[in-house]
Ligand binder design. Sequence first.
Ligand code: SF4
Length: 180
Amino acid sequence: MAQEAETKPDLPEAGFEALRTNGVKVNYFFICQRKLWLYSKNLTMESGSDQVTLGRLLHDRAYRYLPKREIMVDNMIRIDSLEGSVIHEVKYSRKMEDAHRWQILYYLYYLKQLGIDGLEGEINYPKLRRKEEVTLDNEAEAKIPQILREIKQIENLPEPPEASFSRMCKKCSYAELCWG
Ligand code: SF4
């Protein structure tokens, strides 16, 4: 799990309706809490990032033949594609595998809250010709509400968590903001 935020305000127990969020935030939670905070404040700098542009290109080309692509649910989560009972998430590299896994686990969890059960997940790395199957087990299902609570707490911080250098910083679109 991502590092602890320094001072998290108390958050009352809240249900899924109050805590639900988008998949990018769940992904960023496992990469860097500062990144999550900056993104949650709409400080997006991704358009200039080569890595993000590469990801988008790959994304557009990799699964163009699948029938159901870019499925927006509740204007909240965007599923890359649905093939039968498998939801796909397309990624550029495996460097942030844990974040990718939790993102798709969250999608499976989200859909289950809507009553859509029995789906499986698959992370596709077309450039590496690899795929990773993901199943929402009891352990992940129990952990996701706590992750959502922590995301909300980080978003509610008055200031961003301190920058802490990691290997993720090298390709991060906020690197100039943090270290420039
Ligand atoms: S540059 Fe590093 S510290 Fe800054 S937001 Fe990105 S990952 Fe976090």
